[in-house]
Design a protein around this ligand. Structure first.
Ligand code: BGC
Length: 583
């Protein structure tokens, strides 16, 4: 399967970024149409049987990424951390947590990835450190240059009394006041996330220089870029004004969404910080004559705010709108409007990106429905630009139910047994399901840091490889398609057809278009494609959602395409199908 195209793509990859004679060819565009894969390291692969994933585990599974057609992977934090927020509370920005391995293991991972033509991106967590970080301890003691590395403020006291409160009404993303009193320093510090994550102060020049050194440290170790965490929180309003109430009747007082975060998020200075990191990465790439170093920015928010990251140095301002605005019952019109909104707002000559899952959200298959998971991944992979996949979504892993007693995510632990399910991110973070052996092949240890989903006996990568039509094969077929010129240069058309069907067409002059049809309704429909799209009389189902029951390879008459309820199919010319599948 996928034989000829696989050979074509290997040939293509081998001419990129390689050395010819003494000349190094720099590839500036490597990231523009590739698939980015997120690895949640605690749950990807455990190499030493302690029940927690690690770097050597990732190295041992690099072949999976090649097989899946992925070009680059980004790894959630692997730095030393007390794990109050599972690595997003960093106690040393330039080392590896022993739970994950060593710097040597990291170097080995990068070297092996390069051999396989895979790029490596690290999660950079600049908004905050752990309260265990040496810088924070020194900042408490007002030791320079660390004195102002964090956001410290005096208590607000009623004049003439010793009745004092935090500096303002800001609330942490994980609920409760965003301020924590420190007795030794005699001031409050800001923590927009848990109290073990004090916010760093980007109004302090020494801190900014320090964080630049962190980026350079990892660039020198061979990374190809950074996914920058929690960007909208980097800098706060200089006057620390109280935030207005959101007046949302569904949110209890003291919960994050009870305020409108107009002073603690999306402040103008944020963009300058990202631009300064862009400049640093570009300078490094030019000096080292290396391929483009990529910046991905994590920021949920209004579209204008997100688009602004493009013009301030982000290659991939994450497009979370499929996550925030699409749902299991989304109509064709709604999906079209999510796509159009991004394409129409994106500044000219930038590259689109499509994200459907990550470690902070419920699993794709659980959010959109198990009959819609292929639909969403096909959409993500056919639209122009970059597709981002969260590990496990390529095999349709579903949420794992975690009891209150087993809950470890601070976003849930900071609530109560009644509300935790609304906030917990644990269900999407359970171990990767490789096969049907102990702990799904994730670990030799039957006990893992989060329980393995009990469905692993049937839902696993090995089982999906063994059958002809599986979520994994749909995924693989789509990533293979992306290597073709029609994907790389083809134009895009998004239409809503009668019967609540979304049609996505990718075309290039002189070739038969590729057409994706998504039946957004729960009833079967018949479509005459010849009315609207320049298709052949007969086309081949290149791939299709597993639940559609339509086997890839089937020939359809385009004047009357039968689409079962919720089915998604990808139509190509019979010739393209044969080229890829060698049939
Ligand atoms: C990460 C979360 C993390 C938070 C605080 C984010 O946006 O994706 O997993 O809890 O930052 O660091």
């Amino acid at each position: 399967m996928l034989s000829q195209l696989a050979i074509l793509s290997i040939g293509f990859a081998s001419v990129l970024g390689c050395r010819t004679g003494t000349e190094v060819q720099v590839n500036k565009d490597w990231w523009k149409t590739t698939v980015f894969y997120q690895i949640y390291p605690r749950s990807f692969k455990d190499s030493n049987g302690d029940g927690v994933g690690d770097l050597n585990g990732i190295t041992s599974k690099l072949d999976h990424m090649v097989d899946a057609g992925i070009g680059v992977f980004w790894i959630s934090p692997i730095y030393p951390s007390p794990m109050a927020d599972f690595g997003y509370d960093t106690s040393d920005f330039v080392n590896i947590d022993p739970e994950f391995g060593t710097l040597d293991d990291f170097d080995n991972l990068v070297a092996k990835a390069k051999e396989l033509n895979l790029k490596v991106i690290l999660d950079f967590v600049p908004n905050h450190s752990s309260d265990q970080h040496e810088w924070f301890q020194k900042s408490i003691r007002r030791e320079d240059p660390y004195t102002n590395y964090y956001v410290w403020r005096d208590a607000k006291c009623e004049s003439g009394t010793n009745i004092c409160q935090p500096p303002n009404n800001w609330i942490s993303v994980f609920q409760g006041s965003a301020w924590e009193w420190n007795d030794e320093r005699g001031q409050y510090y800001l923590h927009q996330f848990v109290k073990g994550q004090p916010d760093l102060n980007y109004r302090d020049e020494s801190l900014r220089k320090e964080m630049e050194n962190v980026l350079t440290f990892w660039l020198k170790r061979g990374v190809d870029g950074f996914r920058i965490n929690a960007v909208p929180y980097l800098i706060e309003d200089a006057e620390f004004k109280d935030e207005p109430l959101s007046n949302n009747p569904n949110v209890p007082q003291g919960y994050y969404d009870s305020l409108n975060h107009i002073y603690s998020m999306h402040q103008p200075g944020t963009y300058d910080i990202i631009q300064s990191w862009r400049d640093l990465l570009d300078k490094y790439a030019t000096e080292m004559k290396s391929d483009t170093k990529v910046i991905m920015t994590e920021g949920y928010g209004p579209i204008d705010f997100v688009m602004n990251y493009y013009t301030h140095g982000s290659n991939v301002p994450f497009n979370f709108f499929f996550i925030t605005d699409a749902r299991s019952g989304s109509t064709a019109e709604e999906l079209k409007s999510i796509i159009d909104n991004w394409m129409n707002n994106m500044p000219d000559n930038y590259v689109a990106n499509w994200v459907i899952g990550n470690h902070d959200q419920r699993r794709v298959a659980s959010r959109y429905g198990t009959n819609r998971e292929d639909q969403m991944s096909i959409l993500c992979l056919i639209l122009p630009g970059i597709a981002v996949t969260y590990n496990g979504d390529e095999i349709g892993m579903v949420d794992t139910e975690i009891s209150w007693a087993d809950t470890v995510d601070p976003a849930a632990c900071n609530t109560d047994p009644e509300h935790y399910e609304q906030y917990t991110r644990d269900p999407a973070r359970t171990p990767y399901q490789w096969d049907s052996t102990t702990s799904a092949g994730f670990s030799t240890n039957p006990t893992t840091w989060l329980p393995v989903n009990r469905n692993y006996i049937s839902l696993n990568l090995a089982a999906q490889k063994a059958v002809r039509h599986s979520h994994y094969h749909v995924y693989q077929a789509m990533t293979a398609l992306r290597k073709l010129p029609i994907f790389k240069q083809g134009s895009l058309s998004v239409e809503v057809l009668a019967g609540n069907v979304l049609a996505i067409t990718r075309s290039v002059t002189g070739a038969t278009p590729i057409v994706v049809l998504v039946n957004c309704s729960e009833s079967s429909v018949s479509i005459n494609l010849k009315n609207s799209i320049a298709v052949l009389d007969q086309m081949t189902v290149y791939t299709s959602s597993v639940s559609s029951g339509i086997t890839p390879g089937r020939i359809v008459t385009t004047s009357s395409v039968q689409l079962p309820a919720a089915a998604t199919i990808v139509l190509t010319s019979p010739r393209l199908y044969q080229l890829v599948y060698g049939a």
